[in-house]
Design a protein around this ligand. Sequence first.
Ligand SMILES: [Zn+2]
Length: 198
Amino acid sequence: MEARPEYVRPAVQEGAQKLTEKQSIHEQLRDAQAAEEPKVVVSSSMAGVTMNATELQSAGYVYVYDNRTGDRSVVNRNMLEQQLQKRREDGTYAFTTQKPELEREYGYLKCLLHKDDPNRKLYDRMGLAICTKDNLTASHDLRVHMEKRHRREWATIDGERIEEERKRARDNENNLADAIRLLAERDSSQNTRGKSNG
Ligand SMILES: [Zn+2]
């Protein structure tokens, strides 16, 4: 009879101990997830949306640029120094935090606002200025040039392009809808012998 409580007590204590262990592990997991949260937010934002410098810095990330191609990437501040110390095979540094100027002498692409551009007549009607730049190296450089030198004109041109794409998408949708409607009409006219025609 006296042995019973002694049997019970350790079991209860053990159970209580297990419970606190469980809780503390759970707390650790919860805290760890909270600490990782900013990383997750940044990586999902990086998929499509460009973050501004302040947003990046507050998340502990900064932009670095390949100083030859201008390709931009995101680096954690802790890794920044290491990234900036990376060298090319020829021993020169590869990255910079300053957005590089990308206008080289051996390019061949003309600025969209060049007088020889196929859309020049349209651009004249739109009142866009003429640019003599004709030695851009790649479509990426052209874009950088447009965004940097002709921000307003680029917004106009790009806006036209986006609107055109929207219109094309709309037309496609309409064509598809027409095709479906025609098929449906043909089916129903076959079934009802032209009753629904009108
Ligand atoms: Zn230009």
